[in-house]
Each structure stands twice: as structure tokens, then as C-alpha cells.
Design a protein around this ligand. Structure first.
Ligand SMILES: Cc1cc2nc3c(=O)[nH]c(=O)nc-3n(C[C@H](O)[C@H](O)[C@H](O)COP(=O)(O)OP(=O)(O)OC[C@H]3O[C@@H](n4cnc5c(N)ncnc54)[C@H](O)[C@@H]3O)c2cc1C
Length: 463
């Protein structure tokens, strides 16, 4: 038996098989598949119940040991890795789907439920409803994605995935379990209720304010037919107006801009729009309306915007998938060695042309390939511009160039007035430097009030 008192207490809480301080087991939690890390991990614990999570939190307070909650550790930017050592709290055993409520269109899940599990559960038990799945691998957790305010294939219509929260159960940094949303008053967690919106204390905070153990999530209508149409543009400067016109029709469910190779060997922008419906006539009507945009935006001479239908199979097959298979996933195979990083920048849509040019410049300076992929969020209210850089893991020199490209990209994004999304700790520090001091001071006061011993994932957001 270990003579480490924290380890012994963790074993007491969850049992021998689910707590470890052995280097060969903690090592796996010290790295992710991006270029961050390795980081120090002293203990790994895998709780099965809320009570066990509470006991781990009390123990961490007693010994002043940091805790980092972890879903699948798939951000690629090291957010599931501890910045200051301590305990990694792996949520995978808390994987029950607790309630599916079809008439009220919500589902209640535990924090370890993965995207793949929820997706297949809904397909089987409630095929006319769906949740907004990200393109992340199926083992990514729904809660981890919500915490980083991720986005899925319904984020054009319904906003990022943190907007789909009805409520949650959270273990606070001081160990109390607390219900957020209508469920704190009503028997049902069916909405946030006309209450102060406390879910904002946990979305976007990277686990620095507590551990989410349960989530009530909105579900949305799933239509029978999914088809795709596309546009090519003569130059990138035309994209913002085209995207505005397309979203203005209210006919589109998902909208991406990606680079495709054109006949002259250059990379051109291609806009892909998904349309859904229950009847073929509905799809035909939407298609006709969307085609008119291309006709109306064409000048007298050369076509400025071309409507693409049918979309070539090679592209279509990527976008009729749910979630679609866009550039980040392709990037891992782009170069031998299977690695890629991306800066997902949240930008105003009119900055897409500048961002495209900046990514091209940075990649060329660092001798890298640049694979852009842009997802429109809300009705053009913002976009996630993915600056994707593939690399070969075996070449440390290339990996270093990718790290440099990421730093340059983060700077360029901030200069454009955007904000790097799910930023690694270095980029978080740059964001905090630009933040109004009173805003960061408010964050600081919230941590002081909620987490007096500063055990919840310190080192993030300048905590
Ligand atoms: C190929 C690929 C494609 C991707 N595509 C998308 C995409 O389309 N959209 C998108 O949004 N993302 C995408 N991602 C990014 C990322 O993988 C996902 O957002 C993923 O859902 C994160 O979930 P996770 O379980 O890996 O979270 P983790 O990385 O484990 O955690 C993320 C953050 O949440 C915190 N956290 C985790 N669980 C809890 C909890 N229970 N309580 C409190 N804090 C917690 C962690 O401490 C960390 O700060 C992609 C990643 C890859 C590799």
C-alpha cells in the first residue's frame, strides 16, 4: 500500500482500481494529441458517483492539491491537462443517460457521456430529435464540449453548444452539490427558468469554478432529408455578403467555408450549405431560393458567384455526414505522422478574407501547409475560423514550427479583434493581457468567493 496519504485517501473513496499515482498510469494523462505538454500529473482518480466527486474535492481542499476535471482530453490545446499538477479527475465512469423527455425535448446525462453514446442513444430511442454534435471524435464528452463553449452541426440555427444548456448539477470547489436552472425549484430541469443564469459561471471557465456532474441538454427536431448545395466565389472579399444573403433566407442549417484546389492549382474558397426537410418538395424549394442568390450576385461579365449543384461526390460525402467531416479531421492524414493543431478563432464574419490571408502568410513563413475551415455560427453573428496546421509527430523541428505558427496566429487573431477559442494556457495569458482589467478583476473575485483554496484547475485564465 502506498504511503502517500492523498493516494491512500483516493483509494478509500473510489477503490484500488480507480485511483493511481503510478507514473506509468499518470503519464497517459500528462499529454494530449496536440503539441502542448507533457505536464505533471500526481494522481488520477475515476469517480462513479456525485458523492465520490464531493469527497475528492474535500480531500483536495484539505491537502491543497489542484484538481483538473477531464472528459476525453480532446481539445488538442492541453485544456484537459493540469497546469499546476495535482489530481486529474477522469469523468468517464459517470456515463449514465438519466432521462429522455421527448415532449419537452431535453435529455439529462452524466458528465462522462460521450458524443457518440448520446448520438446513438437518440437514434435508437428518439429518432426525430438530435443534439448539436461537434465534429470531434465520438469519445469526446458532451459536457467537455459545453464547458469550452464548443459548437456542433446545429450551431448555425441554435448558437454554440453552451446555449443548449437547460441546467446542470455542479460540485462546487468547496464540495457542495448544487443544481443550476429550473431543476433547483421544479421537479424537472426543463429550462433555465426565469432565474439568474448561473450556468454562465461554468461555461467557458475551463473547469476553474467547479465540476459539472449532470447536464440537462436541449434537443432539436431532426428532419428526414439532408442535402447540400455549394457556391464558389471569384474572390474571398465577396464571402461576407454571400454568407449574409444565404443566412438571410433562413433556409440553411449549416454553413462552412473551406479551401478547394482549383484548375490553376490555387486554393479557392468553397461555401457549403446544408439544407434539411421532410419532403422532397421542401428541399427543391429551398434549393431554388438559394440558387437565386448566385444569379442575383453575378455581374454582367464573368460570374462572380457560382451555384454548385449537384455538389461533386468527393465534397458532398463529407457534408452529408452528421457531424460533417470538414478540414480538421482531414488534416490529421494530410501529412504522414498524423498530427495537427488548429487555432479556432471566434471572429466577426467580415474578417474571413483577412484571416484567410493571415493564415496563408503565417504558413508560408513557417514552411507549413495551411488548411482553413470556417463554420458560421448563429445567423452570421460570428464564425469559428479554423487555422489548421498539419504536422508529422516524428519531426520535432516541424512540431516547433507549428508551435510558432500557433503563437503567430493567436496574435493575428487578437489584432483582428477576434478571440482564440479553447485557447491553450499561453494564448489565454495573451487574451487576459488584452482584457479590460476590471473584467479580469471580476473573474478573480468570483474565484476568491467560490474557491478560497484555489484548487480548481489553477493556471487557467490567469487564475
Ligand atoms: C478531430 C477533431 C475535431 C473537432 N471538432 C470540433 C467541433 O466541430 N466543434 C467543437 O466544439 N470542438 C471540436 N473539437 C475540439 C474538442 O475535441 C471538442 O470540443 C470536445 O468536445 C471536447 O470534449 P472533451 O471531452 O475532449 O473535453 P476535455 O478536453 O476533456 O475538457 C475540456 C475542458 O473542459 C473541462 N471539463 C471537462 N469535463 C468537465 C466537467 N465535468 N466539469 C467541469 N469542467 C470539465 C476540462 O478541464 C477542460 O478545461 C475537435 C477536436 C478534434 C480532435
Amino acid at each position: 500500500m502506498s504511503d502517500d496519504v492523498v493516494h491512500r485517501s483516493l483509494v478509500d473513496i473510489v477503490g484500488e482500481d480507480y485511483a493511481s499515482n503510478r507514473p506509468e498510469e499518470t503519464f497517459i494523462y500528462s499529454v494530449d494529441s496536440g503539441t502542448e505538454g507533457p505536464r505533471q500529473v500526481d494522481y488520477v482518480v475515476v469517480p462513479a458517483t456525485v458523492e465520490q466527486v464531493q469527497r475528492v474535492v474535500l480531500l483536495a481542499n484539505q491537502h491543497r492539491v489542484p484538481i483538473t476535471p477531464m472528459g476525453a482530453n480532446l481539445t488538442l490545446n492541453g485544456l484537459g491537462l493540469p497546469a499546476r499538477g495535482g489530481i486529474v479527475l477522469d469523468m468517464k465512469r459517470m456515463d449514465r443517460i438519466l432521462e429522455l423527455n421527448r415532449p419537452r425535448r431535453y435529455v439529462v446525462i452524466e458528465a462522462g457521456v460521450t458524443q457518440g453514446r448520446l448520438g446513438s442513444y437518440l437514434e435508437k430511442n428518439c429518432p426525430d430529435l438530435e443534439h448539436s454534435r461537434p465534429e470531434a471524435p465520438p469519445m469526446a464528452t458532451v459536457v467537455g464540449n459545453m464547458v469550452i463553449r464548443g459548437h456542433g452541426y446545429l450551431s448555425l440555427r441554435y448558437g454554440n453548444n453552451a446555449h443548449h444548456v437547460n441546467g446542470m448539477e455542479v460540485v462546487l470547489p468547496t464540495g457542495e452539490a448544487c443544481t443550476i436552472g429550473a431543476g433547483c425549484v421544479s421537479p424537472w430541469p426543463f429550462c433555465k427558468g426565469p432565474l439568474p443564469d448561473l450556468s454562465g459561471l461554468f461555461c467557458g471557465w475551463n473547469g476553474t469554478t467547479g465540476i459539472i456532474t449532470r447536464l440537462s441538454l436541449k434537443l432539436f427536431p431532426k428532419r428526414r432529408i439532408l442535402d447540400v448545395i455549394g457556391y464558389t466565389v471569384k474572390d474571398a472579399g465577396m464571402l461576407p455578403e454571400l454568407l449574409y444573403q444565404v443566412t438571410h433566407t433562413d433556409m440553411v442549417d449549416n454553413l462552412f467555408v473551406v479551401g478547394i484546389a482549383s484548375a490553376d492549382g490555387r486554393s479557392r474558397q468553397y461555401v457549403n450549405a446544408s439544407i434539411t426537410g421532410d419532403l422532397d418538395e421542401e428541399i427543391a424549394y429551398k434549393k431554388a431560393l438559394l440558387q437565386r442568390i448566385a444569379v442575383e450576385s453575378s455581374g454582367a461579365g464573368e460570374r462572380q458567384v457560382r451555384f454548385v449543384y449537384p455538389v461533386p461526390d468527393m465534397i458532398r460525402s463529407r457534408f452529408v455526414e452528421k457531424p460533417p467531416y470538414v478540414s480538421p479531421a482531414l488534416a490529421a492524414d494530410f501529412q504522414k505522422g498524423g498530427g495537427y493543431r488548429y487555432c479556432g478563432a471566434i471572429l466577426p464574419v467580415d474578417k474571413i478574407p483577412d484571416a484567410w490571408a493571415a493564415g496563408t502568410r503565417i504558413a508560408s513563413r513557417q514552411g507549413l501547409t495551411f488548411l482553413p475551415g470556417v463554420q458560421i455560427l448563429g445567423y452570421c453573428h460570428s464564425c469559428m475560423f479554423g487555422f489548421v496546421y498539419p504536422f508529422n509527430r516524428a519531426e520535432e523541428e516541424t512540431v516547433e514550427r507549428v508551435r510558432r505558427a500557433m503563437r503567430e496566429t493567436n496574435e493575428a487573431v487578437l489584432e483582428m479583434g477576434g478571440i482564440p477559442w479553447k485557447a491553450e494556457t499561453g494564448a489565454q495569458a495573451r487574451i487576459v493581457q488584452r482584457m479590460q482589467p476590471s473584467t479580469h478583476d471580476l473573474m478573480e473575485r468570483i474565484w476568491r468567493a467560490m474557491d478560497p483554496n484555489r484548487i480548481m484547475n489553477p493556471g487557467n485564465w490567469g487564475k
